[in-house]
Write a new protein. Structure first.
Length: 291
């Protein structure tokens, strides 16, 4: 099983899958292997895979996570066994549309305030949050961002985003100050060979590049300290960028370009987080009454 997984992982990388997808798919298949010790790739049946996925749902795992597991299994077994794959007919669970988590001004400030800048960890975390809020940066791209791709004076960075596209994004002068504060102490927390802007502090591999999984752990801690709803995640800040920049009066087309969405249709799920309170400045009667 391990040899088949290694070969498949290499195939994913060579075929151009994003680092986040590779890690997520590998985790899903690894979890299956850990739950089925002694079984090789050829030992699984469709019934066994269905039973495993049903057990995950019964344990409270959401439909989106199970959908990803199905995609992972289809990919792994399809690559390893071809037409004999037991995963080829696994059904994708139906996803129900739910209100997306997004920060308003008060909760955004609560998240920033939860970063204790008297500590090195808090200084790093504040730089991460502000850079992501200001520029709609994805978690995987933030973890890949290298020192040579960051220009604090120009308040710009260039990094490969999802799908391998190179993107250039701006950020505010305030964010530049927060990032500069982190860079001033970064040498104490980065191994000599590490070139990424953000690194781990403490943990099993201190001084190594921050990973998307590690970043999620950081967000969970910040969310708990800030009193935010359970499950605060890096992707919440992409939606928050869209909402808060709209509230600041940024034109929709500019929000789309800076946020990295290729079309208004692609951006629409992020701006659906706008709520009734966002319409306050635009009520017709208020305008008629001069309010």
């Amino acid at each position: 099983m391990l040899a088949a997984m290694a070969a498949w992982r290499n195939w994913l990388v060579v075929s151009g899958k994003s680092a986040t997808t590779v890690e997520a798919y590998t985790w899903d298949v690894g979890a299956l292997a850990r739950a089925s010790p002694g079984l090789g790739a050829r030992d699984f049946s469709e019934a066994q895979l269905l039973a495993y996925l049903a057990g995950r749902r019964a344990a409270g795992v959401g439909a989106s996570a199970v959908k990803r597991a199905v995609a992972s299994f289809r990919s792994f077994f399809g690559h390893t066994l071809g037409e004999a794959s037991p995963a080829a007919a696994l059904p994708y669970p139906k996803l129900t549309k739910r209100k997306q988590r997004v920060l308003d001004w008060r909760s955004a400030m609560a998240a920033l305030s939860a970063c204790d800048t008297a500590t090195h960890r808090g200084t790093r975390d504040l730089a991460i949050l502000t850079l992501m809020i200001d520029s709609s940066l994805r978690a995987s791209a933030l973890c890949r961002l290298a020192l040579g791709q960051l220009d604090l004076a120009a308040r710009r960075y260039v990094v490969c985003d999802k799908g391998g596209d190179e993107i250039e994004r701006p950020f505010s002068a305030a964010t530049a100050r927060f990032v500069a504060n982190w860079l001033a102490i970064r040498p104490a927390h980065a191994r000599p060979e590490v070139v990424t802007v953000f690194t781990g502090i403490g943990g099993l591999k201190p001084g190594t590049p921050l990973t998307p999984w590690g970043l999620r752990g950081i967000f969970r801690k910040i969310g708990k300290q800030a009193g935010l709803t359970k499950g605060f995640s890096p992707h919440d800040l992409r939606r928050s960028f869209a909402r808060l920049s709209h509230q600041r009066g940024a034109p929709t087309e500019l929000v789309r370009i800076i946020g990295g969405w290729k079309s208004e249709k692609e951006m629409r799920p992020y701006t659906e987080s706008l709520g009734p309170e966002d319409f306050d400045p635009y009520f017709p009667v208020a305008g008629l009454m001069g309010e």
